[in-house]
Design a protein around this ligand. Sequence first.
Ligand code: 1PZ
Length: 215
Amino acid sequence: ADSVPEEKFSLKEVLITFQSCLTDNQEILTDSYVNGWRGLVRFMNSLGSIFSFISKDAVNKIQIMVTHRNGENGDKYETLQSMVKYELDNNLVDLQRRAEHPESGCRTLLRLHRALRWLELFLEKLRTSTEGSKTSVMCTDAYNDSLAQHHAWIIRKAATMAFCALPGRAAFFHTMNVGSTEQVVAMLGEAMPFISKVYEITEELYKQHNLLELP
Ligand code: 1PZ
């Protein structure tokens, strides 16, 4: 079927967004983080509708973060650090089970944060892959080493089935819209440190406040 021609975009721009998340004193800007995720969702949607149950959940979580940011106390959500402080100081986080605050910024962001780890692992596998490598295997391995540990059996099953529909390595690189394989590999080498940095800082923040297992 014909689809509305989408404005061409490159995964490079998306990954670079994560560079602009970091402030000089190593805080993470919520708006840039969310924008990075918007780009990732756009990219995922370009891979086909089989991934839409995944992108739907990501979109839902992005929207929760945007709602916090646009709310009355939006300024408290300027950085992930200020969000954690504000929500904890004001008892806005369900720590034991989901109850009064099922959509806290802290628990919502934790889900995106875990998914960022999957992305980091997957992109690193892509970067170091060879012509014969299978994207579905790389994706599944990355998933099993990260997100899968936090997902129920039925989600794991559905996700693993969706991964089998991923385009092969050459087509996948083409979808990234970055250029030749060499250019893709170079771009990933440049952009990955920013993703890793953002992941690391968030992980440390959550660890400090004991938030890594939020329900
Ligand atoms: C390139 C192919 C895309 C692979 C994406 C790999 C991630 C698979 C995740 C499957 C998740 C399916 C749907 C929903 C799951 C939710 O239950 C969980 C937990 O949230 P809760 O139920 O506690 O509110 N949601 C998540 O774990 C967030 C998942 C976000 C997925 C983002 C994918 C990133 C795509 C980047 C593309 C380059």
